[in-house]
Each structure stands twice: as C-alpha cells, then as structure tokens.
Design a protein around this ligand. Sequence first.
Ligand SMILES: Nc1nc2c(ncn2[C@@H]2O[C@H](COP(=O)(O)OP(=O)(O)OP(=O)(O)O)[C@@H](O)[C@H]2O)c(=O)[nH]1
Ligand SMILES: [Mg+2]
Length: 358
Amino acid sequence: MLRAGLIGVGATGKTTLFQLLTSAHDTRGHGKDAHVGVARVPDERLDRLTALFKPRKRVPATVEFADIAGTGRADAKALLDVVPFRNADALVHVVRAFRDESVPHPAGSSDPARDAQAMEDELILADLGVVERRLERLERDLKKTPSAELRLEQEGLVRCRAALEDGRPLRALELPGDDAKRLRGFQFLSAKPLLVVINMDEADLADMDRVAARTGLSTFLEGAATRAVAVCAKIELEIAQLDAADAQAFLADLGLRESGLDRVIRASYDLLGYISFFTVGEDECRAWSIPRNTPAQVAAGEIHTDIARGFIRAEVVEQGTLLARGSLAACKEHAELRLEGKEYVVQDGDVINFRFAT
Ligand SMILES: Nc1nc2c(ncn2[C@@H]2O[C@H](COP(=O)(O)OP(=O)(O)OP(=O)(O)O)[C@@H](O)[C@H]2O)c(=O)[nH]1
Ligand SMILES: [Mg+2]
C-alpha cells in the first residue's frame, strides 16, 4: 500500500484533513505519536465497472496517511524519528493560506511560499546531516579496506551533498539508476515525492493559480520539482456532512468538479507514478495499485504470490472497451480480449483476468 505522511507547522489544518481523508475520529493532541489511517482512491472507472457487474463487493485502491502534531517551527529532524514518516513513499506538506484571526499562525502571519521553503530547508538540513555522518564513516572504512562498492556509494553521496549544500532537494536531482538504488536505504526526506497542499480560504479556492503566483509559491514549486493542490478544509468539513447529491451540487456552485479531498488523494497517487488495473466479476470489482511499467507477472503477484508463480497468461481488455461492449463475452467475440504473456507491461485502466496453474 502507498504511504504518505502529512507534514507542516502547527495549525495548518493537517489533522482536519487527515480526519476527513481517512474518516478517522478522535486524533487530536497526541504529541509525537503518528496517527495512521487509510483513504480510498476515488476512481470513476471502478464506479462504472461496478455498475456493470453489480458485484457483491467494490474494493478501491487505497493510500495510507500518517498525521503527527506540528511543532512550532518546521522541524523535519523530528520526522526522522517517527517510523511512518521515515518509511513514507511520499510527503504531503500542508501549508496554510487561510486567514483566520481566531486560529493563530505559529509564524505570526500566513505566507505559503515562506512556509513551503522553510519546510524544504528543514528536509534538506536533515538529509545533509545523514549524508555527512555517513561520508565520515565511509572515509574511515575506505582507509582500512578499499572497496569498489563503498567507493561508488561515496561518489553518490558526494553528489547528494553538493546538491543539498546548494539548497536543492534530492527529489530534484536526476541520479543514475544505480545510484538511486544504492541510496534508497537512507530514506532521505528531501528525496521523497512531495505534494504541497495549500489550505485556502473558500473565496480563493477557484483561483488557486493566481494565489500560487501572488504568494511566490509557483516559483518554489518549479525549483522543488513538485506540485500543489488547493483545498479548503473548512468547506470540506461542511461537504462531509452532506449526502452525495447535495455535495455535488455544492461543489458545482463553487465551480469545482470534485472535492479537495479527492484531489489530494488522487494527486498523491499520481505523484508516485502509480497506476491501477482492475479485476472484475460477480463477486468483486477491484482496483489494484502498481507502479507504472510493471510487467504482468509482477502485477499478478499483487493479487497473490500463487498467481504470479503459476502465471500462464493474462486476458486483458482496456476498461473503456469493456464498458462500451457491455460484457467480457462481447469483447471476446470482437477479438478485443487480448492474451498477453508475463512480460506484457500493464497499462493504466487494464481489466485483467490472470490464468494460472496451481
Ligand atoms: N478558517 C479556517 N480554519 C481552519 C481551516 N482548516 C483548519 N482550520 C482550523 O485551524 C485549527 C487547526 O487545525 P488542525 O487541523 O488541528 O491543524 P494541525 O495542522 O493538525 O495542527 P497541529 O496538530 O497543531 O500541527 C482548527 O481550529 C481548525 O478548525 C480552514 O480552511 N479555514
Ligand atoms: Mg494536528
């Protein structure tokens, strides 16, 4: 499962969002312990497949979010001690753009670009500390026993140090594949994909681009190799109380197509380069998460290791084709149900039936 950690200084709306995203309750005021909850990835394709097959169960893809109380400043060092953050596949930085006198901002005023940069600097500093300690060790070890592998690690880390000292996060660095693999074990915070969530006032919501430009956030995002979505936690709280039809009408009134929560979940998912394939049937329609460019046999292993081991063939049809035809049998008649081998690269939106030997 994909894991994302919510970060940010105090009173930016992290816990409010966390509760909305994961439908968690009672998560306030728990010091350094992280709260972990699961959010379902909204997916209209799965909705339509479910409408077609009317299965007993509909199982969406999920993203796990972790929440922790913010500190007075953007303290990334503290994150290194908290397992759900160190292990996170992505970080979600909630910055505050809403103005509300009754909710004091730890820095005295609302300035999204300043806050985004302050957190970035903290992530960079935390990583720099890790890199420097490791380099010192490597130097000592290499003096004792020369090793080609350690030498390569050293070279990779020196490249990282140069970027970090230059104020650049590791996610903006294009490391050769081998280097990236070698350095993965360090779980660098600034190397994790970062999604900036701007918690805005209702009035500014439809105008996110302008707000991003005005506050200097656009410039920050370019340099940081990342992107942002805007939400209004206060409105999301109101939407969460409505039934689906009223919620849609409410969103349409605001000039929005989907709720901010859906945007946050989906953006986290996209940011990581994940795609979904589907399995369908009377029993269940289900979305499965895999990284882009996953071969069919590995994708089969997502469902069960036995299916990967006994893999024979994958019967594949694009979900849009299946929906247009109305049934798998009709797809087969029109030769649209393809037989693919284990090397076939699974595409976003594929509906797959794996044939395997037990
Ligand atoms: N006006 C307004 N208030 C908000 C919004 N989002 C959150 N708040 C309020 O801001 C306060 C802090 O929200 P939390 O979600 O607890 O913030 P947090 O980031 O979890 O704070 P820490 O846990 O202290 O780091 C609460 O009183 C929220 O009701 C918003 O969009 N607009
Ligand atoms: Mg909180």
